[in-house]
Design a protein around this ligand. Structure first.
Ligand code: NOJ
Length: 968
């Protein structure tokens, strides 16, 4: 048996964090057989552009329209391999999304076809209104309210086009790069491409079509070696290539997660930014590069294509490693090429045509983010590690002494004895339940890490039981348990694809043991979960992950499901935490790895970033891209995971943190402690004010989350989403809007900055949130300069917005639940404004039964009668169907139990910004005159210091209808 110190030393050697980035640990395209083959296919097609023709075609006589007319199937053949059969299935969903599926049928094996079933929230409803018209050379259907959308499937060669108003918007296989490598037997000489792809393309095409199309070597078909690892590839070649072109869109976004700009730079052509395609292969890349097309922890194969005319998208539901080339022959169109290692073709074309519609279409497919528990939007304090229960208590005490609000304390892996998750190290955490209760007493929570690798030892009941149930991933032999190395030393991995693992996993989280089964009795309902290393990270595996020939439930290879694997682990954990309490409370689960659909199970973060200005900058762009992919509940390690940030950087990072949907400070084990109370002045006070601003704005954040959970629209909105017609904003990714609140943030990511430049896309007034200076925008777009000294956050409020806040200082957010509200009314150029406030109990599911408060605030200036009215009305009553996720409310009762509970909660202050005139009187309709203060300044249509009216204690409540009348 190895001694603990030997194991510790070995682990340190194997620990990614102990190294600096070695890009050589991960493959480039040229080191990946199928990517090489895909790129070679594309190069051959380009070289032989004049003669190149996709060998795939639809057999016209096979086209079979379903009896409900909504979909059709057809046989597809490749002229290269006429004996191989493929089937095409095309359908149009009720909302206009087109699904194109193609699979090899009757082949030697079955391709993995379950990626969509993990990603999709439900089987989409097929349109009944579609009428396919079957022609001799094509089959097509027109649809949409104005019958302006058309999907056409041309037979020979096979080409799928989505057009709007007669113009092509999305084209599949337009460049003839579709190739589904059929299953073959190794020995078969017939299939083997033979020498002879050299020379004139046309000649080769005739004499040896397979070599012309597939190349003249069996490049890494049956085995592949990378570094010291050999992938046995028992199924041989089975990759899938497809070109997807956007002939009318000069910008593409999405396919997270990569450390790059939001508008994705090109990877092909003479001016390509990156030499490698974007890779989607969930990976634990320590100290990742700040600008790269390399893979990171999560993969969402969703791409938006955008122009001033429209937004469209494609979602390529594939779970295997995928590489995506992006090229542009002019700045008005984009060509992409997707190559995946295995799986069927299952592409969803999202017709838009607005960003909102694309988000809604994607949300109908993969779901919206779950409504988080309210506390999880507050401040999270983490580090690797708080080393003992007394350490946790001490940190909590210091926060309270310094009056810095915090809601959640986190425990990283060192809480667990020998990294056996769930099992407390009693030397340092002798009293975990008492510790949690001490945190809970101030209405705070704990988040504790649970990783997917289970230490292989008989002293670990979790491993033992998993082993007994045979719910662990298997090695390539398909027998026994795969063994690899991670934090816990020799480990095995829970196989989330095995249905039996779900019940087992659920059982573990019970805080009371049932039927003598082992469960986490040393935890409470105040403990929530952090899932890390779920790519999965395997320290001694190829590319720090699992061998691709490992075997999952159903006999599928790890290669087929790699990118989905992390999501399953989070899904299981989410279900387990939800099932823990009765009545259930909303679970909080943080994941590092993710896939399409992961938004349904909680939050993500951008992994092991560096404490550098560069990383701070790129993490911001990544947050926007993750939001495009549905993962709107995200953030980065505030302060940077690696390194010891100078105070200035830390302050700036907190200012980013408070404008991230997920706001957590975290640090590597080797870093110095940097909790906000440890800083010297003035930094400490700046951090206190910054975190307090987040707390004040929690009503705005929660309201923004409500919208995201109903519509799928991201919370951090880049310019192209808010102003889809303003070309000048399409590449802007260093500023963003927060939900529909009207807040426009431009984080400072430069050392020594004293001012910031913010782009305004419209002819509208924008007020400095703090100083109330009114900046006038322009129809042509305009940059304005705002002060940005260290204590200042460049934050504007768009004229026309009303922002609800709560401005009493508390130690944690649940302590604010009966606090009064402030409404900030930012008048637009014509003196009106609008805003919303959504509230519920913040932790249970009673909101789904209508226990909510959803208000609309409006401001209107009546020039003639010289009156400005600010009103509050019940939005839930007006739009019950749109009020909560799942559109569950058929009826709404304004006097529901929650509304009654907060019936006494007041609006304590109304701040009207942009009022150019001192009022004569202010009263609530039907009431007596109120107290107010007026600071003179310009009206909303003018540049300069804005006039501000503060109405103190209008004596109205937040649940009732009222109108404030300002006589001018
Ligand atoms: C890697 C994670 O990315 C990091 O946040 C964590 O602190 C370490 N694993 C240790 O659990």
């Amino acid at each position: 048996m190895w001694s603990p110190s030997f194991v510790a030393a070995l682990l340190l050697l194997l620990t990614p964090a102990a190294h600096t980035l070695k890009t050589g640990d991960w493959k480039t395209c040229s080191q990946s057989g199928f990517c090489r083959r895909g790129r070679a296919l594309s190069a051959r097609a380009q070289d032989a552009a004049d003669v190149w023709k996709s060998p795939y075609s639809v057999i016209p006589s096979s086209v079979a329209v379903a009896s409900n007319l909504a979909s059709f199937t057809a046989a597809v053949k490749s002229s290269i391999y006429p004996e191989i059969n493929f089937e095409l299935d095309v359908r149009v969903h009720k909302d206009g999304v087109v699904r194109v599926r193609m699979d090899e049928v009757g082949g030697l094996r079955k391709r993995y076809d379950e990626a969509a079933s993990w990603a999709l929230v439900q089987e989409p409803e097929i349109s009944r209104a579609i009428q396919w018209s079957v022609g001799k050379q094509e089959i097509k259907a027109k649809y949409g309210e104005k019958k302006d959308v058309e999907v056409t499937v041309e037979y020979n060669p096979l080409k799928v086009t989505l057009s709007r108003n007669g113009k092509e918007e999305v084209v599949l296989n337009g460049r003839g790069l579709l190739h589904m490598e059929h299953f073959r037997t190794k020995a078969s000489g017939d299939d083997k491409p033979v020498e002879g792809s050299e020379g004139d393309a046309q000649a080769v095409m005739q004499t040896n079509p397979a070599a012309w199309f597939e190349g003249d070597t069996e490049d890494a078909w049956w085995e592949e070696t990378f570094s010291s690892w050999t992938d046995s590839k028992p199924k041989g070649p089975e990759s899938l290539s497809i070109d997807i072109n956007f002939p009318r869109h000069g910008h593409v976004y999405g396919i997270p997660q990569h450390a790059t700009s939001l508008s994705l730079p090109t990877t092909t052509g003479p001016s390509a930014t990156f030499t490698d395609p974007y890779r989607l292969y969930n990976a634990d890349v320590f100290e990742y590069l700040a600008s790269s097309s390399m893979s990171l922890y999560g993969s969402i194969p969703l791409m938006h294509a955008h122009s001033a005319e429209s937004t469209v998208a494609v979602f390529n539901a594939v779970g295997s490693e995928t590489w995506i080339d992006i090229g542009r022959s002019n700045d008005r169109s984009t060509e992409t090429h997707w190559v995946s290692e295995s799986g069927i073709l299952d592409v969803f074309i999202l017709p838009g045509p607005t960003p909102e519609e694309v988000f809604a279409q994607y949300a109908r497919l993969t779901g919206t983010p779950a409504l988080p528990a309210h506390w999880s939007l507050a401040y999270h304090q983490c580090r690797w590690n708080y080393v003992s229960s007394d350490d946790v208590r001490g940190v909590q005490k210091r926060f309270d002494e310094e009056d810095i609000p915090v809601d959640v304390f986190w425990l990283d892996i060192e809480y667990a004895e020998e990294h056996k998750y769930f099992i407390w190290d009693k030397k340092t955490f002798p009293d975990p339940v008492e510790m949690t209760n001490d945190v809970d007493a101030l209405e705070r929570k704990m988040v504790v890490i649970i990783d997917p690798h289970l230490k292989r030892t008989s002293s670990y009941p979790v491993y033992q039981k998993a082993s007994e149930l045979a719910v662990l991933v298997k090695p390539k032999s398909g027998e026994g348990e795969y063994e690899g190395w991670c934090w816990s030393g020799s480990s095995s991995w829970i196989d989330g694809f095995n249905p039996a693992s779900w019940e087992f996993w659920k059982g573990l989280f019970k805080t009371k043991s049932i039927d003598g089964q082992w469960s986490w009795t040393e935890s409470t309902d105040a403990v929530h979960i952090w899932n890390d290393m779920n790519e999965p990270s395997v320290f001694n595996g190829p590319e720090i992950t699992m061998p691709k020939d490992n075997v999952h439930y159903g006999g599928w290879e790890h290669r087929d499901v790699h990118n989905i694997n992390g999501m399953l682990f989070t899904n299981m954990t989410y279900q387990a935490v939800a099932a823990r309490s009765d009545p259930p409370k909303r679970p909080f689960v943080l994941t590092r790895s993710f896939y399409a659909g992961s938004q349904r199970f909680g939050a993500m973060w951008t992994g092991d970033n560096l404490g550098t200005w560069e990383h701070m900058t790129v993490n911001l762009k990544m947050a926007l891209a993750n939001g495009i992919g549905g993962m709107t509940f995200g953030g980065s390690d505030v302060g940077g995971f690696f390194g010891n940030p100078e105070p200035e950087m830390l302050v700036r990072w907190y200012a980013i943190g408070i404008f991230s949907p997920f706001f957590r400070a975290h640090a590597h084990i080797d870093t110095k402690r940097r909790e906000p109370y440890l800083l010297d002045e003035p930094y400490k006070s700046i951090l206190r004010d910054t975190i307090r601003l987040r707390y004040a704005m929690l009503p705005m954040w929660y309201t923004a989350f409500r919208e995201a959970t109903v519509t799928g629209i991201p919370i951090l909105r880049p310019q192209y989403v808010v102003f889809p017609k303003d070309e000048a904003g399409f590449a802007i990714d260093d500023q963003f809007y927060v939900g529909a609140s009207g807040l426009l943030v431009k984080p400072v990511t430069e050392k020594g900055a004293t001012e910031a430049s913010i782009y305004l896309a419209e002819d509208q007034v924008y007020y400095d949130y703090f100083a109330h200076y009114a900046h006038q925008g322009s129809v042509k777009g305009k940059y304005v300069t705002v002060p940005a000294a260290l204590h200042q956050i460049p934050l504007l409020v768009r004229g026309g917005s009303i922002i609800p806040t709560r401005e009493r200082h508390r130690r944690s957010s649940p302590l604010m639940k009966y606090d009064p509200f402030t409404l900030r009314v930012a008048l637009d150029k014509v003196g009106s404004a609008r805003g919303e406030l959504y509230l519920d109990d913040g932790e249970t599911y009673s909101h789904q039964d209508g226990e909510i408060v959803w208000r609309e605030f409006t401001a209107e200036t009546e020039k003639k009668s010289k009156v400005l009215r600010v009103s509050s009305k019940d939005l839930a009553l007006e739009k019950p169907q749109e009020a909560v996720e799942g559109n569950a409310l058929a009826h709404f009762d304004p006097a529901n139990a929650y509304a009654k509970k907060i019936a006494h909660v007041r609006v304590e202050k109304i701040v009207l910004v942009g009022l150019g005139k001192q009022p004569k009187a202010v009263r609530v309709e039907g009431g007596k005159e109120l107290d107010w203060d007026y600071a003179p300044g310009v009206s909303s249509g003018k540049e300069g210091q804005a006039g501000v009216l503060v109405v103190k204690d209008p004596a109205v409540t937040v649940v009732s209808d009222w109108t404030l009348v300002v006589e001018l």
